[in-house]
Design a protein around this ligand. Structure first.
Ligand code: MRU
Length: 352
């Protein structure tokens, strides 16, 4: 029997049955409702609707869904088709593509259904370990007494483990450092207000929720000691994509001389992307900006038929980043320029 459990994912496999469950993140914090994903189509729908979200977690869920399909008897050609469909469910977070490439490699080697499922289980377990390493590495940069600003949600709801940027924060808290977190609400879908506050409250970590446009004011008042964010794709030169609004924070941080850190696992690195210009940015529907629709109500506050620009992510250039907190260490711009990051990742991969 295999059983996996994280804050937002549950998976069970016995010879008799396989079950994959996700916590519906569109309902948080109003309701904690688990939904069962029985087919790859349901998983794709859940990823697109952000019922399951966060770069590492969508890769893990997609892989487990494909593993489930394999043990339920899907043919190799059907599995390859399903893997390609999952691959395209969201375009920016490269973890999804990396996970699907690993599954596709297994399918092309004609691995058994159980062996394919094992690849997905390994991805889950690996992500747990990667989060731990990021947290340990990043915690060294934070002092007791610091006020940390973060954006979006990068915790247990976004990964299989304790998170990336939020994992660092959690590690500091468990080390006994007296920290306080400023949580950007993160328009338009409020991952900060709905999800990060939910996680921080459960963890008993002191926080204050702010609107996104309060961040600059706080920096001007010298109330922020550092900013830590997650990432959806890091290009070979260190530029990275993350939730829309991250770039503005990085510009503000530089102006105010505040350290700006990005945290992520090697599964978010895209060595094929030379720089941030090559990262595809997901565009989302207008109704996410013109109002709300869903469990929080039905309301439109914009003039009817307003034209909307709603990119889900933006790109922060490497020159605005103080440190990259990765599972294989903490790096600066020179490390990226001199190829040290790639070298460290390769060394670690060879040890596995
Ligand atoms: O659209 P989302 O909610 O999936 O966006 C998530 C983010 O931008 C996170 O910061 C990123 O995936 C890193 S999560 C560890």
């Amino acid at each position: 029997m295999t059983q996996l459990e994280s804050l937002a994912l549950r998976f069970n496999h016995t010879p008799q049955q396989t079950a994959l469950w996700i916590l519906d993140q569109t309902l948080l914090p109003l309701k904690e409702e688990w939904i069962r994903l029985t087919t790859v189509s349901e998983t794709i729908e859940a990823i697109k609707a952000l019922k399951v979200r966060g770069a590492p977690l969508i890769g893990v869920v997609a892989a487990l869904s494909l593993g489930q399909s394999a043990v339920k008897g899907a043919s190799l050609s059907q599995l390859e088709e399903e893997a390609n469909a999952l691959y395209a469910a969201r375009p920016t977070a490269v973890n999804l593509m990396m996970a699907m490439n690993r599954m596709i490699a297994g399918i092309q080697l004609k691995k058994t259904p159980r062996a394919l499922l094992n690849i997905a289980i390994e991805l889950f377990n690996e992500d747990v370990t990667l989060c731990e390493s990021i947290a340990t590495n990043g915690a060294e940069l934070i002092q007791s007494g610091d006020n940390i600003l973060t954006h979006c949600n990068t915790g247990g709801l976004a990964t299989a483990g304790i998170g990336t940027a939020l994992g660092v924060i959690r590690q500091c808290h468990s080390q006994g450092k007296k920290i306080h977190v400023y949580v950007d609400e993160t328009r338009p879908l409020l991952q900060g207000a709905r999800l990060t506050t939910w996680e921080l409250k459960k963890l008993d970590i002191p926080y204050t929720l702010i609107t996104d446009n309060t961040a600059g004011h706080l920096m001007q008042l010298s109330k922020v000691q550092e900013i830590i964010v997650g990432c959806d794709r890091i290009a070979a030169n260190g530029d990275f994509a993350n939730k829309i609004g991250t770039y503005a924070l990085a510009v503000l941080a530089q102006y105010h001389n505040i350290p700006f850190y990005v945290a992520g696992p090697y599964t978010t690195m895209d060595w094929h992307c030379a720089n941030g210009d090559q990262i595809p940015i997901e565009q989302r529907k207008a109704n996410e900006v013109t109002g709300v629709s869903g469990p929080f109500g039905q309301l439109s506050w914009a003039a009817e038929d307003s034209q909307v620009f709603n990119p889900a992510f933006d790109v922060t250039p490497a020159k605005l980043v103080s440190r990259w907190i990765l599972d294989c260490g903490v790096f600066n711009k020179t490390d990226f320029q001199q190829g040290k990051v790639k070298q460290s990742m390769q060394q670690l991969a060879e040890q596995v």
